[in-house]
Write a protein that binds this ligand. Structure first.
Ligand SMILES: CC(C)(COP(=O)(O)OP(=O)(O)OC[C@H]1O[C@@H](n2cnc3c(N)ncnc32)[C@H](O)[C@@H]1OP(=O)(O)O)[C@@H](O)C(=O)NCCC(=O)NCCS
Length: 151
């Protein structure tokens, strides 16, 4: 059956969430990857995320967004039985085209360092590892507002 790629909507959430949850290599957060979190993300990043369908079945998905400076691709996942059919590449291409249309000219991804199969895929489709950067993170939920003030 032919593969169709179309924009992701929140109505896809149940299938997409089940796909992500079944997948090693996709790191999920209970809050931002909840229905409400994904809805918020799609609302703030309209027309940038895509799903691939075979009939009515979602066989692959990618979330994509921008902060207005750079693009960010998250949670690219292709069902194991549908891999190596250029579906991953096709989804990435759609996301990058949508970013380009939005005036964004570079995109970043976050990949677990131990996810060698994904790193092989990204390199194969033209992405490079940044050796001059590493990610630093800090949870901000617990920070009290006064601690953020400079005075
Ligand atoms: C990584 C993933 C998305 C690739 O999807 P896919 O649909 O199988 O990839 P494609 O068929 O589009 O492959 C595109 C190219 O990459 C190559 N490729 C795919 N997987 C590869 C791998 N593990 N190692 C090396 N090259 C790979 C393909 O051979 C193809 O190259 P070619 O055109 O020269 O033959 C898929 O394996 C996946 O869902 N993995 C689990 C989830 C995950 O880790 N996601 C990434 C989070 S950062």
């Amino acid at each position: 059956m032919a593969i169709e790629i179309r924009e992701m909507t929140i109505r896809d959430f149940d299938q997409v969430s089940a796909l992500w949850k079944s997948m090693e290599g996709v790191g999920l957060d209970p809050e931002i990857d909840s229905r409400a979190g994904v809805k918020r993300f799609l609302f703030r990043n309209r027309s940038l995320s895509f799903v691939a369908l075979e009939g009515k079945e979602i066989v692959a998905a990618a979330l994509c967004g921008t902060d207005g400076r750079r693009g960010y691709l998250h949670h690219l996942a292709v069902k194991p039985s549908r891999r190596r059919r250029n579906i991953g590449r096709g989804l990435v291409d759609r996301c990058l085209s949508a970013l380009k249309k939005d005036g964004i000219n570079k995109c970043h991804i976050f990949v677990f360092a131990k996810n060698h199969q994904a790193i092989g895929f990204w390199k194969k489709i033209g992405w490079s590892v940044r050796k001059d950067l590493f990610i630093m993170s800090r949870p901000i939920r617990e920070i009290v507002v006064s601690a953020l003030l400079l005075t």
